[in-house]
Design a binder for this molecule. Structure first.
Ligand code: GLN
Length: 577
């Protein structure tokens, strides 16, 4: 036990998956954590991954969905994004653990003689390391207060070879912490084969049985299903799992995950958890009422009719797999809800775009996003996409590589530097307007080769970016990139009319750009203007939260609405929000 750990103070909710993975353990855990946070409790989620990678930095978004980046630079699973959005709480390395991290720490300790001649074993050493990390997280809590409740999500399903030691560690934790300290939730799946036309519970029963075989009696069963589970299914599940009916929750498909916390509350699940963990005394009812009112206002907007409809293109290279751009989709969803519009995302394969066919692919769109990316595939298509948006005055938001593509496009087609490129794609480029800058990395002492995590961005007063962010002079954004605007070209870019509206507070690192609006002061005749052309070297989508929609996305959607429905509509929508 870590020094200073108060046994009996911290409690744990453990969410285990059965039947199959991908059922939404993170959604269950984050929704429940939100309900308890709204009651004034301090909550801390943790995702425990079975794989041996140290983090998600090297995982292919094709296979695993987007790599989410935390403020401290941790590259993690996209589920951490769900927690941050649902809880409106910044997480850190302590909220994400992989088998690789656990084994690395144990092997390091072994090499340094830390086990004093003992043999090192799965039990107690590996399980001990898991418990130690959970308790340390409990002490750290939400960063302000120690955790009343730690939410533990174990990746994969019970019975997987990879996560067995986590589950054993959690069983031990429950025993050591004593009664009322750990609440186990088994998330399971109710099948509804179309040929039968009715719900079948056997797979779910067998799944939960595996949890019991591991020595764990679940307290709550959450049933994923396409439609609400029937009473007879709930009864069967209750009967075969020893869990009372009131603790069997139907987690059927819904239009938005943001309606789940209220559905849980109406089913009384929050009170059940408080009873299981004996936490009723810690609840602040006033806090709950206020938080719930704000959240329900958002849910009402979500569910109200949206008469306006816009189409936004996302020009990426993983366009067949939406999980690769999950945070972008979420950031757009939050803004659509606040602006009362329906936004259709149109996934465009960058590898197919050229200067010649860009119009055919893009002309029906009200706005375009070019997201981040690594490697040269699709880059020329992204540059053609930027050119179309700049010339045809289509609202544009560039993210990371989408920022760099905008810089290259501007250099080539406005400044006439035909060979301009990023050294990532053409190391021999005659005009390397985007390049790697080793000196700056030394300055920032980041080690590795990637600039990762939260950094301050100084916004230039009077610019569109500055306006979008409520005229703040400095904002904090999350980065994940290697290449930057080459400082020796900055003056030439500015002379040609490109505005770098966000910069590193101290060094010549360009972090955001824009074009002036038509009719803006100080624009020399003949210089490019645009109704909404904005890009960031950072990832704004990672900071979109339902109740605090991301300003650059808000600006993009408003510009799209204005383009489609005229001046008043966008501004009115903003005012309404
Ligand atoms: N590949 C670019 C770089 O490393 C952009 C990275 C990104 O879009 N996340 O700088």
């Amino acid at each position: 036990m870590p020094e200073g750990y108060r046994r009996g103070f911290h409690t744990y909710v453990v969410v285990l998956g059965t039947v199959m993975s991908g059922l939404g353990k993170g959604i269950f855990a984050s929704s429940m954590a939100k309900l308890l946070k709204d009651k004034g409790l301090s909550v801390a989620p943790i995702k425990m991954e079975g794989y041996l990678n140290i983090d998600s930095g090297t995982l292919n978004p094709f296979r695993h969905g987007e790599v989410f980046v935390l403020d401290d630079g941790t590259e993690c699973d996209m589920d951490l994004g769900t927690y941050e959005r649902m809880l409106d709480q910044n997480l850190s390395a302590k909220n994400f653990v992989t088998s690789g991290q656990i084994f690395r720490d144990i092997l390091d300790r072994e090499r340094h003689g830390g086990y004093l001649g003992r043999d090192v074993q799965m039990i107690p050493h590996v399980t001990g390391e898991v418990k130690r990390r959970l308790r340390e997280l409990a002490m750290q809590g939400d960063g302000k207060r120690p955790a009343d409740v730690v939410f533990v999500e174990v990746g994969g399903t019970v019975g997987d070879y990879e996560n067995g030691f986590y589950i054993e560690a959690l069983r031990q934790l429950a025993f050591e912490e004593g009664p009322d300290s750990v609440c186990f939730v088994a998330l399971t799946y109710i099948i509804e084969p179309p040929a039968l036309g009715e719900q079948k519970s056997k797979a779910a029963q067998l799944g939960v049985k595996r949890v019991m075989e591991a020595g764990i009696q679940p307290h709550i069963i959450a049933c994923r299903a396409t439609s609400p589970i029937t009473d007879s299914v709930a009864q069967k599940i209750a009967m075969f799992t020893n869990v009372p009916m009131r603790r069997v929750f139907s987690m059927h498909d819904r239009k938005s995950i943001y309606t789940i916390p209220e559905a849980m509350r109406q089913a009384g699940l929050d009170r059940e958890i408080l009873s299981i963990l004996n936490l009723h005394d810690r609840v602040d009812l006033g806090h709950e009422d206020r938080a719930r009112e704000r959240w329900m206002d958002y849910v009402r907007r979500l569910e109200s009719p949206k008469p306006k409809h816009i189409k936004i293109g996302v020009t990426g290279k993983y366009s067949t797999l939406r999980d690769a751009y999950a945070s972008i989709e979420k950031a757009v969803e939050h803004c659509s809800t606040h602006l009362a519009c329906e936004t259709e995302l149109v996934w465009i394969d960058a590898t197919e775009l050229t200067d010649d066919n860009a119009s055919a692919h893009l002309s029906g769109l009200d706005a375009v996003i070019v997201p981040g990316g690594f490697g040269s595939r699709g880059v020329e298509g992204k540059i053609s996409c930027v050119r179309h948006c700049r010339e045809k005055q289509t609202p544009y938001l560039g993210i990371c590589l989408g920022f760099q593509a905008a810089v290259v496009e501007f250099a080539r087609n406005v400044m006439g530097l035909r060979e301009a490129n990023s050294t990532e794609f053409d190391p021999e480029s005659h005009d390397p307007v985007i390049c790697e800058l080793p000196d700056q990395r030394e300055i920032e002492q980041l080690g590795g080769s990637m600039r990762l995590g939260g950094q301050d961005v100084a916004l230039t007063p009077g610019t569109l970016m500055w306006d979008l962010f409520g005229r703040k002079d400095t904002v904090r954004q999350r980065f994940r990139h290697r290449y930057e605007v080459n400082p020796s070209y900055v003056e030439r870019f500015e002379a040609a009319g490109l505005i770098f509206s966000g910069k590193h507070p101290k060094y010549p690192i360009m972090q955001a750009l824009e074009l002036p609006k038509p009719g803006a002061e100080d624009v020399e005749p003949g210089k490019p203007t645009h109704p909404f052309f904005v890009a960031g070297q950072f990832h704004p989508e990672l900071l979109g939260r339902p109740l605090r929609p991301q300003p650059m996305f808000m600006g993009l959607l408003e510009a799209a609405l204005t383009r489609k429905y005229g001046q008043a509509s966008g501004a009115q929508a903003i005012a309404k929000a």
